[in-house]
Design a protein around this ligand. Structure first.
Ligand code: SAM
Length: 213
C-alpha cells in the first residue's frame, strides 16, 4: 500500500491540530441526533476542506444537493465572501425545517436558499443558473443523473465534489448495493469524461473531486 494507513491516533492528531469546530456546528450534530435524524453529515475535516476549496477558487455561488440539517451548508456559506450564496436542495421537510432553523442560529439565513423537493426536479428549475462549485451529497443512486445535469451549470475553473465515493469500501466488493453501484458508475464516468479532470481523494468516506476545464 502506498501512503500511511490512517490509524485512530493519526486521525486524532490531524483533527486536533487542524479542525476547530465551533459551538454552533457541534450543537447542530447534537440536535440532529436528538431529533432522531440520521447522523450522515460530512466529517468536520471534509467541511473544512469544502470551505477551503471555495476560498481557493474564489467561489461566490455554490449549489449543494442534499442538505440534511445544514451542517455542510454552514461550512460552505461561512467560506463565501459576503455577497456569496449557497443554493441547497433537500427532499425531506423535517430535515429542511431543521436546516432553516440552523441557518438562522448561525446568522447565515441571508446567504442560503433552500429548495424543498426532489433534487432532480429542482435542478431543472435551476438549469439556466451558473455555479462555481457543486457539492453532491444526496441519494447515491442518482449521482450520475445529478452530474449530467450540473456539468452544464458549472463555470470553467469550477469544481464538482461528490461525497461518500469510497462507500466505506463497498465500491470494490463483489456484490455492491444500489448506493454503491451508483457511486461506482459515477466514479467511472467522471474519471473518463474529457470535460473535467477528476480524482478520488481518500478523506473520511472519500470525496471525488472534478475540476471543470
Ligand atoms: C448525506 S445527507 C446530506 C448531508 C449534508 N450534505 C451534510 O453534510 O450536512 C443526504 C440528504 O439528501 C436528502 N435526499 C435524499 N434523496 C434526495 C433527493 N432525491 N432529492 C433531494 N434530497 C434528497 C436526504 O433527505 C438527506 O437529508
Amino acid at each position: 500500500m502506498k501512503g500511511v494507513p490512517l490509524t485512530e491516533e493519526l486521525y486524532k492528531y490531524i483533527t486536533d491540530t487542524f479542525i476547530h469546530e465551533d459551538e454552533i456546528l457541534k450543537q447542530i450534530v447534537i440536535d440532529t441526533e436528538a431529533k432522531k435524524i440520521p447522523l450522515i453529515q460530512v466529517s468536520p475535516e471534509t467541511g473544512k476542506l469544502l470551505g477551503m476549496f471555495i476560498k481557493m477558487i474564489g467561489a461566490k455561488s455554490v449549489l449543494e444537493i442534499g442538505t440534511l440539517t445544514g451542517y455542510s451548508t454552514i461550512w460552505m456559506a461561512r467560506a463565501l465572501p459576503p455577497e456569496g450564496k449557497v443554493v441547497t436542495l433537500e427532499l425531506t421537510k423535517a430535515h429542511a425545517d431543521e436546516a432553516l432553523s440552523n441557518y438562522k442560529k448561525a446568522g447565515l439565513d441571508g446567504k442560503i436558499e433552500l429548495i424543498l423537493g426532489k433534487a432532480i426536479e429542482s435542478l431543472d428549475t435551476l438549469s439556466s443558473r451558473k455555479f462555481d462549485l457543486v457539492f453532491i451529497d444526496a441519494d447515491k443512486e442518482n449521482c450520475v443523473n445529478y452530474f449530467n445535469k450540473v456539468i452544464h451549470m458549472v463555470r470553467s475553473g469550477g469544481l464538482i465534489i461528490t461525497d461518500n465515493t469510497l462507500r466505506r469500501g463497498e465500491v470494490i466488493e463483489l456484490n455492491p448495493g444500489p448506493g454503491a453501484q451508483g457511486i461506482i458508475a459515477y466514479n467511472k464516468l467522471v474519471a473518463n469524461d474529457s470535460r473535467i479532470e477528476s480524482l478520488l481523494v481518500p478523506i473520511d468516506d472519500g470525496i471525488t473531486l472534478s475540476y471543470v476545464k
